[in-house]
Design a protein around this ligand. Structure first.
Ligand code: GAP
Length: 514
């Protein structure tokens, strides 16, 4: 499969930002004051969609499994957590500055834009060399670029009424650490035995040098993360591996990248047999995360998993694979999945002097579990995936159709009286609307022609539209229209609610509706 096959088809990220603002999905934060770079506010439809993404993720990863427990940790925690985790010491990007206009750039981004090469993970010396050798200048004013400097990405703040070095604390740059610091309590409370996971959804903050690509790289964002703990000797012993062995996905190993080969579609079995992915648990989680996106309507072949190159890995990672998506601005990381081994638990044992080991019944010895896979998903990036995946500029209809999975759609149904000046139609439609909205979000629309109302509903991603006409007054039935193919069926009002619930859940397809 050609690497950029799917990358060019969609609208641009700038057009997506315009669409999101127009329809009330996402706005620039503080726009009336000129906006604050890297911060966004979700509007009515956007907050519904975002909540649906999070709730589907939580159901799939926590509520429908018995090996994962959830937490909701604080955004500001003890500052020593971030010393132990290594973030205070080395959670840094490399920064350069234009000596003329003083614009600051993330050095790897500047190089990537200028030379069209991957520059993530390059060292300071390499960056200085590349800038010098290629005479890279400031893209804004062509000024000279400064020597590279390290820049810590954590936002700091003060806790309590006195501001001093000792009151300094940090807004969390990832949710992950709270899963390690609460590891012992959660394991005991939820009576979990290895292998098990702890999951969390919540805000994270990074003072990104150059936030860009709309929601893709912001300074305040949300993460959905799992720390999955396994016995250190059982990284290759995953009882769930059978669920994914035949699952196929695009693989882009470090070796393929070094040999300049394209990614290749393979089954998980093949990937494990050839030792491309070294442990069963890592392979299981990579496939499971891909399956989650597909289960919510995303196109399977727009994803690939890419292994980090040796100099690209984070300070804590033994091996890392990213789940990437073919965004219109190229293949980009959607989810990071690092093998953190026992790095974090050991660090917290060292710094807190608390025992975070578990007693192994088999060997009758204490063990420090390993995190072989840490599925770490950005909510805002998942939001972008579902928006790009569902966006269709339908030339025949003459409007945008947002083909969101009904489970994700912000509003599940639209209810329209055929004519808005006929009281009996409006009354019946309103009573249906009031009844349906007890179960899920519904829109009641009486303005303009029915065609215009369908178009508005398509653009908001509403999967089902219900029209009340004159026949409805006699036969107590309504017309239900399917967004994706515009097919219509006649349904009894008494059966409407139950039918819609089944359609939204995916228990029945529209085709099968009698
Ligand atoms: N706990 C591991 C961790 O935080 P990461 O790769 O730095 O790993 C995980 O981040 C995910 O969080 C990314 O794959 C991405 O989806 C999301 N993310 C990270 N930085 C982001 C940013 N500045 N804006 C939006 N999402 C971001």
């Amino acid at each position: 499969m050609a690497e950029t096959k799917n990358a060019a088809k969609s609208i641009t990220i700038e057009d997506m930002a315009v669409f999101c603002k127009k329809k009330g999905f996402v706005y620039q934060s503080g726009e009336i004051y000129g906006g604050l770079s890297g911060f966004f506010d979700y509007g009515h439809l956007g907050s519904e969609l975002k909540n649906n993404i999070k709730s589907e993720w939580w159901k799939f990863h926590v509520q429908q499994r018995d090996d994962i427990a959830g937490i909701d940790g604080s955004i500001i925690t003890h500052p020593k957590v971030w010393v132990a985790s290594g973030h205070v010491g080395c959670f840094e990007d490399i920064l350069v500055e234009c000596s003329k206009c003083k614009t600051r750039y993330r050095a790897d981004h500047l190089i990537e834009d200028a030379l069209k090469i991957a520059a993530d993970g390059l060292k300071k010396e390499d960056i200085n060399k590349l800038i010098k050798e290629n005479s890279i200048r400031c893209p804004k004013c062509k000024g000279e670029i400064s020597e590279a400097n390290q820049f810590n990405l954590m936002f700091d703040t003060n806790v309590g009424p006195i501001r001093s070095e000792t009151s300094k604390a940090y807004l969390r740059p990832e949710t992950a650490q709270l899963m390690f610091t609460n590891f012992r309590l959660v394991q005991e409370n939820a009576r979990l035995k290895l292998p098990f996971g702890i999951a969390q959804i919540g805000k994270a903050f990074r003072n990104e040098i150059s936030p860009r690509d709309f929601l893709f790289r912001c300074r305040e964002f949300e993460q959905m993360e799992i720390e999955y703990f396994v016995h250190p000797d059982k990284a290759n012993d995953c009882p769930l591996i059978k669920e994914v062995l035949t699952h196929r996905l695009n693989i882009y190993s470090a070796e393929m990248q070094q040999k300049k080969q394209p990614h290749k579609e393979m089954s998980i079995k093949e990937v494990l047999d050839k030792k491309i992915i070294k442990t069963q648990w890592h392979a299981y989680w990579l496939a499971t995360e891909h399956k989650w996106f597909i289960s919510l309507g995303a196109d399977a072949d727009k994803f690939r998993i890419r292994q980090h190159l040796p100099d690209e890995k984070s300070h804590y990672a033994a091996d890392t694979w990213d789940l990437e998506y073919a965004f219109p601005f190229g293949w980009k990381e959607l989810q990071g999945m690092a093998n953190r081994a026992d790095f974090d638990l050991k660090q917290h044992i060292l710094h807190s002097k608390k025992d975070l080991s578990l007693f192994d019944e088999e060997t009758k010895a204490k063990v420090i579990p390993h995190v072989i896979a840490e599925p770490s998903q950005g909510v805002d990036r998942a939001f972008l995936v579902f928006m790009f995946n569902s966006y269709n500029d339908d030339k025949e209809r003459g409007n945008i159709v947002l083909k969101l999975h009904p489970k994700l759609a912000p509003v599940k149904a639209g209810v329209f009286p055929l004519l808005s000046n006929k009281e009996e139609l409006v009354d019946l439609a309103e009573s249906i609307y009031l009844d349906l909205r007890k179960e899920f979000p519904v829109e009641f629309d009486t303005s303009g022609t029915v065609g215009r109302r369908y178009a508005r509903a398509d653009e908001s991603g509403i999967p089902f539209c219900i029209t009340v006409d004159f026949d409805s007054l006699k036969d107590k039935a309504v017309t239900i229209r399917n967004r994706d193919d515009m097919k219509q069926k006649r349904v009894k009002i008494s059966e409407l609610k139950e039918l819609l619930i089944k359609l939204i859940r995916g228990d029945i397809s529209f085709e099968k509706v009698k």
